[in-house]
Design a protein around this ligand. Structure first.
Ligand code: NI
Length: 437
């Protein structure tokens, strides 16, 4: 690996500085990260105890803004409803980069008996529910606050400007809120003034060992779209199906037909894809053939063209199957998040920084993940690099580790400093590579 670093340095002589920050500075920053660890854990516990749902992160946003103002940064709050953006200008000229953390929690009642477990309650979709940071966003906020604090103190070493983006509503806001999260932040100009040229972000991953980092060039996380299919038939007595156009039988044929899109019509050696029908509603009584049936599903893909083709395939398959039975299918596809695609050049450039932050043995190449992330909207505008931070405790068996979005979800707080070091290394190294001496 050492040889690899040297190659990068040599190849860049004359164009820019060496690809990585000086090792003395790195060692000094590492010490500062370790010294800040108790505070990082305290921040994470505060956010964990006070979770707020998407676009409702009022106290969370205020607390972040207050912390960033205390560091002397230029702070904008609120942005995109409850988000916070802060600017840190380094003493030396160089590129503008953005670092992003998401700040929202989920409608889940926490089952952990931690002293800082959430006791928050809200009404959600007409039901009372607990609120919980069950995806690790509490850790993301603590990590980014720590990066802001440490780099603010080392402003004289910074070659460029950092935009800290604390983004609301990653988990998806209520439809009535309209455009939200990363998409709204971009609309409100978060990537402009000054213009961001690259963006970095991480996600805690509960099934990756604590302290490890994982990344992938290209499609890292899937796009997500919703599909609703209303199947219209003709009602009749259950005893005389020849009088009906049975929407239940048509629906079952459509479900089977949709399963052949991924298995028979998608080039799976290029990238994976998923079509899941997760809800099917029709009928009220065993001997009444209803007039309509309703199907709801989710679509995942890693490639824009494949995603568009799957949409067209779904519409054709559902409408033609319904027509062949004398019925009708109305297909409504809701395009939600694009795929999280790591820029190939940026990934190649920056992977050594992850290795330097966590140790070569602790950095893995991951398989693509079929969950989605709205970090993808930023990556559609500027080259971006997103990676995973392992956070499952070493003393726990992997099969006992609760997964994301569950009531038992928990993380190993020791992983947080690895996240801070990773973002600091990426920032400092990127600035080194992309500023003129
Ligand atoms: Ni998440």
């Amino acid at each position: 690996m050492k040889k690899f670093y040297q190659t990068i340095c040599l190849s860049l002589i004359g164009i820019a500085a060496c690809a990585q920050m000086d090792s003395k500075l790195k060692a000094r920053l590492d010490v500062q990260v370790q010294e800040l660890e108790p505070k990082i854990i305290e921040w994470r516990r505060y956010f964990h105890e006070h979770p707020e749902l998407s676009n409702r992160e009022v106290k969370t946003g205020a607390r972040i803004a207050e912390q960033l103002k205390a560091l002397g940064l230029e702070v904008q709050y609120p942005v995109a409803k409850t988000g916070v953006v802060a600017l840190l200008k380094g003493s030396k000229p160089g590129p503008v980069i953005a670092l992003r953390a998401d700040i929202d929690a989920l409608p889940i009642t926490e089952r952990n008996s931690l002293p800082f477990a959430s006791k928050e309650k809200v009404m959600f979709s007409g039901q009372e529910t607990g609120v919980m940071h069950a995806c690790g966003h509490d850790g993301h906020m603590a990590i980014l606050l720590a990066v802001a604090e440490i780099l603010s103190k080392n402003k004289t070493e910074l070659r460029g400007t950092i935009k800290f983006i604390f983004q609301p509503a990653e988990e998806g806001a209520p439809v009535s809120d309209g455009v939200s999260g990363a998409e709204l932040m971009i609309k409100e100009g978060v990537l402009e003034n000054p213009k961001v040229e690259a963006i970095f972000g991480l996600h805690i991953q509960s099934l990756l060992p604590s302290g490890q980092l994982a990344y992938r060039s290209g499609g890292l996380m899937a796009s997500v779209d919703g599909v609703d299919i209303r199947v219209k038939g003709q009602g009749a007595h259950g005893a005389t199906p020849w009088d009906s156009v049975d929407p239940i039988v048509i629906s079952s044929q459509i479900i089977n037909g949709l399963q052949t899109i991924v298995s028979r019509q998608t080039e799976l050696t290029k990238d994976g894809a998923v079509i899941t029908i997760g809800s099917m509603h029709a009928g009220i009584r065993r001997n009444i053939i209803p007039e309509e049936a309703m199907l709801e599903g989710t679509i995942r893909a890693f490639d824009d063209n494949m995603q568009k083709k799957i949409h067209a395939d779904i519409i054709r398959t559902a409408t033609k199957i319904a027509e062949s039975a004398g019925g009708k299918a109305e297909v409504n596809i809701q395009v939600m998040y694009p795929a999280t695609v790591n820029d190939a050049k940026l990934t190649e450039q920056m992977a050594p920084s992850l290795q330097r932050a966590a140790g070569v043995e602790n950095v893995k190449i991951t398989l693509p993940v079929t969950m989605a992330e709205d970090f993808s909207f930023f990556q559609q505008k500027v080259p971006g690099f997103f990676f995973f931070l392992g956070a499952y405790p070493a003393d726990m068996k992997l099969d006992k580790q609760p997964t994301h979005h569950t009531a038992d979800f928990m993380i190993d707080e020791k992983a947080l400093t690895t996240g801070v070091k990773a973002l600091i290394n990426l920032t400092m190294d990127y600035m080194m590579m992309n500023s003129k001496k």
